[in-house]
Design a protein around this ligand. Structure first.
Ligand SMILES: N[C@@H](CCC[C@H](N)C(=O)O)C(=O)O
Length: 331
């Protein structure tokens, strides 16, 4: 039998598969098919998830493991902030370490265990980098000169202003009113920019943010390869950088910003290492929802979950209690 986990960071939900335990690790095409099938909300396992996190041996000295992220539609992304926290928790427990590096598709990132946020609500901090405003890195085309920082883009919306950046996965950010945030505009724009379109040939994660206070935001994200999610870690980190660069924010570099989202909250610190060089720390819960045992052959087949034995964790209830007790207070 193989062990798989269902995990969540800010209720952004994933299956986590450690390929190093398998006698025959899955090839990339098998991982894409597994992500599509296991994450499906109706026919997947445990009502599906937003993506599949895959742990492999590192390919270079330094990091103790490698993380890959496949969206629910099977596409592979370069980074996943909420997912990396859960991978940090898993690898930290496996190697008995509290601080280490994890290899991701484009960078080795620093992660560390933090004090629990509440009983049974473990927390981790992960580095979000590299950051780029170079439009080729998203990629983003036909929207004029770079950088796009708090700029009107009537091609996308007649009223909103946009910031476009890669962290290194692509993000498009707008600051909106609470009415906009509750409406259907985010979903419409997200769908439009994640179908064939002249501006974001590889699609883009679209986040809308409401400023709740000097160090407080609420962010909703339409994720590339998924749709509306409870939270997107890289999206909230990118939004905090956009906040500091464009909104006359009273928050300063290196200070904690609390970012509420439909799945709970995270904290972000934005750092400027030199002019135009930025990186973020994303801090939040890393919770295990279920431990799942199933035959390795079922992972390769990826279409039958009837042999799965599910062990539900008490961390889900603990996290829900934490969220109830920490609703945003609007100044
Ligand atoms: N949920 C993630 C981001 C996952 C990848 C994203 N959908 C993409 O395609 O870039 C996060 O927490 O950062």
């Amino acid at each position: 039998m193989t062990t798989l986990f269902k995990v969540q960071g800010s209720n952004n939900k994933f299956f986590l598969l450690d390929q190093t335990q398998l006698s025959q690790p899955l090839a990339t095409t098998e991982l894409q098919k597994l992500a599509q099938n296991i994450c499906h909300p109706q026919t997947g396992l445990l009502h599906g998830a937003d993506g599949l996190l895959v742990i492999q041996d590192p390919s270079c000295p330094g990091p103790i493991g490698q993380m890959r992220i496949f969206n629910a539609d099977g596409s592979q992304a370069s980074m996943c902030g909420n997912g990396l926290r859960t991978v940090a928790r898993y690898l930290g427990a496996k190697h008995h370490l509290k601080q280490f590096q994890v290899e991701t598709l484009t960078a080795n990132l620093q992660v560390s265990q933090q004090p629990d946020w509440a009983p049974e609500v473990p927390a981790f901090s992960v580095e979000i980098s590299p950051v780029s405003f170079n439009l080729q890195d998203l990629p983003c085309t036909n929207l004029g000169e770079q950088p796009i920082v708090n700029q009107p883009l009537p091609e996308l919306d007649p009223q909103l202003k946009f910031t476009a950046l890669a962290v290194p996965n692509p993000h498009l950010i707008s600051f909106v009113t609470s009415t906009d945030l509750q409406g259907s505009g985010l979903e419409k724009l997200g769908h439009r920019l994640n179908q064939s379109n002249p501006y974001f040939p590889d699609g883009v994660n679209v986040s809308w943010a409401q400023i709740l206070g000097p160090h407080k935001l609420f962010v909703r994200t339409f994720e590339r390869g998924v749709g509306l999610t409870n939270a997107c870690g890289t999206g909230m980190s990118a939004t905090c950088l956009a906040f500091l660069l464009s909104q006359s924010a009273t928050a300063a570099w290196d200070e904690l910003i609390t970012v509420y989202n439909p799945g709970g909250q995270v904290q972000v610190r934005v750092h400027q290492s030199s002019p135009q060089h930025y990186w973020m720390e994303l801090i939040g819960n890393a919770s295990i929802m279920d431990r799942i045992e199933l035959p390795e052959s079922d992972l390769h087949r990826a279409n039958d979950w009837t042999h799965a034995i599910i062990h539900e964790s008490s961390e889900t209830a603990a996290y829900e209690k934490f969220v109830q007790e920490h609703q945003p207070k609007i100044n």
